[in-house]
Design a protein around this ligand. Structure first.
Ligand SMILES: O=C[C@H](O)COP(=O)(O)O
Length: 231
């Protein structure tokens, strides 16, 4: 459904990708081949090669046509013990394999209520910068995903998103060789109804869409909102 619609109507200036679970990569690649939608994975191993049973390396993902790998999604951090340093190593592994890592950062509700949102984002970003360095950092995509907004139906407010994205851009100016090259996506209950408003916020360069991406027409509406928000 996505391919048909995107091929006919297009979404000028917007890069769209689907990040599918590992077992579906081959099938997705066959469907997407030569089309306008790019392919990504939802995770990547921090190890390039070796005896790590069950791990999926960046080279394997590249072989299956992936352009992107999400790293540090809050569910990976919270449920699978991925700490900030591991997220940095995964980002490096993705880059080394020629993939663009989509590095997720975001605060929990307790951290937001404790007034430490920007400090948490900086801590998470510092760990990535420590592994990548200023040059390589310019090759990532960042995604601000407040944990409390993911899958909850409750997106962050415009003010909250604006403050976080401005903070991340300011951090990039200090730590990245080409800070303007790094897109900052917002994720957390993005829907057709709120996409235009979220994409109108300064420093919001796109979205990382979960639930709404499972409904083709909703995802398409969000892609169009991103196209309409182009400067
Ligand atoms: O992986 C996607 C993000 O975590 C956002 O999910 P959501 O749009 O269902 O809140």
């Amino acid at each position: 459904a996505l391919l048909g619609e995107l091929a006919s109507s297009g979404v000028a200036g917007v890069e769209c990708a689907v990040c599918v679970p590992y077992p579906y990569l081959a099938q997705a690649r066959a469907l997407l081949d030569g089309g306008v939608l790019m392919l990504g994975a939802q995770d990547v191993s921090e190890y390039a090669v070796g005896a790590y049973t069950g791990e999926v390396s960046g080279a394997m993902l590249a072989e299956f046509g992936c352009r992107y790998a999400i790293v540090g999604h809050s569910e990976r951090r919270a449920l699978f013990g991925e700490d900030d340093a591991a997220v940095g190593r995964k980002a490096a592994a993705a880059l080394a394999a020629g993939l663009t890592p989509i590095v997720c950062v975001g605060e929990t509700l307790a951290e937001r209520e404790g007034g430490v949102t920007l400090a948490v984002l900086e801590r998470q970003l510092d760990a990535v910068a420590a592994v990548l360095g200023r040059e390589a950092l310019a090759g990532v995509v960042l995604a601000y995903e407040p944990v409390w907004a993911i899958g909850s139906g409750r997106s962050a407010s415009i003010g909250q998103v604006g403050e976080a994205h401005a903070g991340i851009r300011a951090w990039l100016r200090e730590h990245c060789a080409r800070p303007a090259d790094v897109p900052i996506l917002y994720g957390g209950s993005v829907k057709p109804e709120n996409a235009a408003e979220l994409f109108s916020v300064d420093e919001v360069d796109g979205g990382l869409i979960g639930g709404a991406s499972l409904v083709a027409n909703d995802f398409l509406a969000i892609c169009r909102a991103a196209a309409d928000a182009q400067p």
